[in-house]
Design a protein around this ligand. Structure first.
Ligand code: F6R
Length: 610
């Protein structure tokens, strides 16, 4: 949530900051701004709306080359999107970009008002910038100022700061919000996330919490919380800048859906050894996994929906009860966590504040924690007791697609691993599942992508709907929940997922002439019952669209409705094919409506506030 960039060096930093912000726009995009140090003078340009508005203002401002600056792309928390509420927030001496929330902003404001400060915006960040201004005037030392500010501020923050007395320098500190620093031959970089620095270098260092970074053209200095100089610890990004670009696709979302076969391949390959699921790197012995008799899966949004698929497969194969829960609910309801529980936290970004807070709660209760994350070295990965990385590569589009598929894949393998440990399946059965996941699944997902045109035609039929239902039974209901979220978040069509058998207990009263009902039907054992449900809604005028497995088509008389037949595959693999098909439905519906698919309104990719 909110993207921060900074650059100081030999290059003109205006294009460096703009390109960096473009790569981080997925973190928030309701306004943007930049501040530069022009000698000892701070120059700031900001604009409400998309980054292109800021680019136009920069163009009009006719600034010459700048060599030190900070930039921000915002997802509003305090104060509506507007020019004035955009970051950076500056005084004559200080300019600040911020990602996070200053919880005690009201106290800080009251304190600063007594000192004669006034405020022009509604933002918590302006309060923080003026606090930093005041502390700087007292200390005249940027590093000491940031330590003191950090001690006074409650909440989460990644701060990038420039001081007019320190031309060519950028200072930074963080708590609970990500921040990386990097260097190339031309200068030093600051960013919320790796894609912003990839065009220049793959080497980066994650700033530790409460540490201060001091960036100059030639040097990066890090100070630990006791103000002692500390060596930056560099890591090498596994992604390259090409992966973080659209690569000829009109939108990142479509590109990322098309990357599913290769993302699945990379994720699955890593977790199979000698034909069997392998988690030895993470769990060198089986002592913990042998002892667990209950699992909690905690996550948000799409990642939580991957948990629903995980519940289905873990309970089916390993017969261990799984509770799946929304992270923002989990830690505030005082959940009962038994001694032999394992708590699994799923996240693409690894920075989702609700999931992180839930993980900390589970840890404080003494429950072993496992993070399933896509971003290496992210906060969840570092704080969990155990980590499993998904290998989706960078996911830029706000709507999560390939990350969901690989989260489901890793849960399938983990379920088979647990089932083996618990002696609920034979090695032959586990071996056969691994083989299907490894060789059959990427092919079957690629075959589903080949249905793109058919799926596009179906999407055109729902794009004018105001309301829509996704229905299914069993695992198809769990897939309906994710399909429905995907559609509503990017097409703005109100969509509800319903268990097909539950409609008649109330919701069927909403079925009127022409209302689209998309029915997912891939589980043969439930097909007869689902078909009855289709007849019930069709009889009440629903416009039914069926997403159905090839096996069911062979075995049953299908209702006479528009149908997408998913390619023939192993029954257990259908959830992946369904996900791909319904992601394409959401994508085309949104694109045809002219919506900015990758940046739907009011959303951000990485939700780092609770
Ligand atoms: C929906 C979507 C969100 C995220 C959720 C969790 O398409 O992307 O629902 O799944 O915000 O994000 P991560 O996975 O980064 O924790």
């Amino acid at each position: 949530m909110c993207g921060i960039v900074g650059y100081t060096g030999a290059k003109n930093c205006i294009p460096v900051l703009i390109e960096g912000l473009k790569m981080l726009e997925y973190r928030g995009y309701d306004s943007a701004g930049v501040s530069f140090l022009d000698g000892k003078c701070i120059r700031t340009v900001k604009a409400k709306g998309k980054l292109s508005n800021l680019e136009e203002r920069l163009e009009a401002s006719k600034l010459g080359e700048m060599h030190c600056g900070i930039g921000h792309t915002r997802w509003a928390t305090h104060g509506a999107p507007s020019d004035i509420n955009s970051h950076p927030h500056s005084t004559e001496m200080v300019s600040l970009v911020h990602n996070g929330i200053v919880e005690n902003h009201a106290e800080i404001e009251a304190f600063l008002r007594q000192k004669g400060y006034t405020f022009v915006s509604d933002t918590d960040t302006e309060r923080a910038s003026k606090l930093i201004d005041m502390l700087y005037k007292e200390t005249k030392d940027p590093v000491a100022t940031l330590f003191r500010a950090s001690a006074a501020i409650r909440g989460s923050y990644a701060f990038g700061v420039i001081f007019s007395d320190f031309p060519g320098k950028i200072f930074a500190i963080r708590k609970d919000s990500p921040l990386i620093i990097a260097k190339d031959a031309s200068g030093s970089f600051l960013a919320s996330d790796i894609p912003a620095i990839l065009p220049y270098t793959k080497e980066y260092c994650r700033l530790d919490e409460h540490y201060v970074a001091e960036l100059s053209r030639t040097d990066i200095k890090i100070y630990d919380e006791n103000a002692n100089v500390s060596e930056p610890k560099y890591e090498v990004a596994l992604w390259n800048s090409e992966q973080a670009k659209k690569g000829g696709f009109p939108h990142f979302m479509l590109k990322e859906i098309y990357e599913e076969p290769s993302a699945l391949e990379s994720t699955i390959e890593r977790r199979i050894s000698n034909g069997l699921p392998s988690f030895d790197e993470t769990f060198p012995d089986n002592i913990l996994l042998e002892s667990i008799d209950e699992i909690h899966v905690v996550a948000c949004g799409t990642a939580m929906h991957a948990g629903l698929v995980g519940k289905y497969i873990i309970e089916k194969l390993a017969r261990i009860p799984v509770n799946v829960e929304i992270a923002s609910e989990f830690h505030y309801r005082d959940p009962i966590l038994k001694k032999n529980s394992l708590a699994i936290f799923i996240s693409q970004s690894g920075e989702t504040a609700d999931t992180l807070a839930a993980l900390r709660h589970a840890k404080s209760e003494g429950v072993p924690t496992l993070a399933i994350v896509n971003v290496f070295g992210s906060s969840l990965a570092r704080e969990a007791d155990y980590v499993l990385y998904t290998m989706a590569g960078p996911e830029i589009s706000v709507a999560s697609t390939k990350a969901y598929s690989v989260q489901c894949a890793i849960l399938y393998l983990f379920a088979a691993h647990l089932a083996l440990i618990k002696q609920k399946i034979t090695s032959e059965a586990a071996r056969s599942l691994c083989e299907k996941l490894r060789s059959e699944l990427p092919r079957a997902v690629a075959a589903t992508l080949a249905l793109n045109d058919t799926i596009h035609q179906i999407s055109t039929k729902i794009s004018s709907a105001e309301h829509l239902f996704y229905i299914g039974r069993g695992i198809d209901y769990q897939l309906s929940i994710e399909s429905s979220l995907k559609l509503k978040e990017i097409s703005y069509i109100h969509s509800e997922a319903y268990a097909a058998g539950e409609l008649k207990h109330g919701t069927i009263s909403l079925i009127t002439d022409g209302i689209p009902v998309i029915c997912i039907m891939t589980d043969s054992s439930l097909a007869k019952k689902t078909i009855s449900g289709i007849h019930e809604v069709a009889a009440r005028g629903a416009h039914v669209i069926l997403i159905c497995s090839a096996d069911i088509q062979d075995e049953h008389a299908l209702p006479d409705v528009e149908t997408v037949i998913l390619p023939r595959t192993e029954p257990l693999l259908y959830p992946f094919l369904t996900a791909t098909a319904t992601q394409l439905i959401a994508y085309h519906t949104s694109a045809d409506k002219g919506i900015d698919v990758d940046k739907p309104r009011n959303l951000a990719k990485s939700v780092t506030v609770e």
